[in-house]
Design a protein around this ligand. Structure first.
Ligand SMILES: [Fe+2]
Length: 195
C-alpha cells in the first residue's frame, strides 16, 4: 500500500468537506507509523458488506476496504457491559493516532463501521468529535438534541463529554471520525448497563 497516496486521499477527504475543515484543520505534522494488524470479527463483516450505498465517497470506501487487512481493529469496549454481538460486529480502526497508520499531535481520525441493525450504546469522552457519514445511513443520537438520520455527506458534532449513541436500522453505515483537543482519554459508556 502506498501510504503517501493514502495520506493524500485522507487530506482531500477532510479538506473537501467544509464542516470538517472548520472543525479541525487537517494536521501538518502527520507521519506514517508501522501498524501491527489485529483481527476482529468486524473486519470480516466489513469485508463481506454490500449494503454501504452511496457514490460520493466510493473511493474512500474502497480504500478503507483495502486497509482493513492491514489495520489494528480496536476493541474499545472490551470488558464492559456491551453485548457480545456489539463486540463482534462494531468496527473501528485508527487512521491517525494510536495504533493508526499515521500519527499526529494535532488531530486523531478513525473509520467506524456498523452493520445493519446494531446499537452503539451511549458513551462519551473529553475529546470533541465530528462524524462524517461516508456511506449507508444511521440514526445519530446526542444528549440535548433530537435524533438525526444521516447518510453520505452528513456530519454531527459532539462536544467534550457530551453523551452520544448510534443505531443502524435497515442499512449499515461507514463513517470518518475526527477528534480534536484531548486524545489520551478513551471513550467510556455513559450507563453501566450499556443502554
Ligand atoms: Fe464519540
Amino acid at each position: 500500500m502506498d501510504f503517501d497516496q493514502v495520506l493524500n486521499h485522507l487530506r482531500q477527504l477532510h479538506e473537501g468537506h467544509d464542516d470538517l475543515r472548520a472543525f479541525c484543520a487537517f494536521p501538518t505534522d502527520v507521519v506514517a507509523q508501522p501498524v501491527t494488524a489485529r483481527h476482529m470479527g468486524a473486519r470480516d463483516h466489513f469485508d463481506a458488506e454490500t449494503g454501504l450505498f452511496g457514490n460520493e465517497y466510493a473511493s474512500t470506501k474502497t480504500l478503507l476496504k483495502q486497509m482493513g487487512p492491514l489495520a489494528y481493529w480496536r476493541d474499545t469496549y472490551a470488558g464492559t457491559n456491551v453485548s457480545d454481538r456489539f463486540m463482534d460486529e462494531f468496527g473501528c480502526f485508527s487512521l491517525i493516532g494510536h495504533n493508526g497508520f499515521f500519527k499526529s499531535d494535532q488531530m486523531n481520525a478513525w473509520m467506524v463501521y456498523m452493520p445493519a441493525g446494531l446499537y452503539y450504546p451511549w458513551h462519551q469522552h473529553p475529546a470533541e468529535e465530528m462524524y462524517l457519514c461516508l456511506a449507508g445511513e444511521a440514526v445519530f443520537k446526542k444528549d440535548g438534541a433530537p435524533d438525526i438520520q444521516m447518510g453520505e455527506g452528513g456530519v454531527t458534532l459532539h462536544a467534550s463529554n457530551q453523551p452520544h449513541a448510534m443505531e443502524t436500522l435497515d442499512h449499515p453505515v461507514l463513517c470518518y471520525v475526527v477528534w480534536r483537543n484531548e486524545f489520551t482519554t478513551k471513550p467510556v459508556l455513559t450507563y453501566d448497563d450499556a443502554t
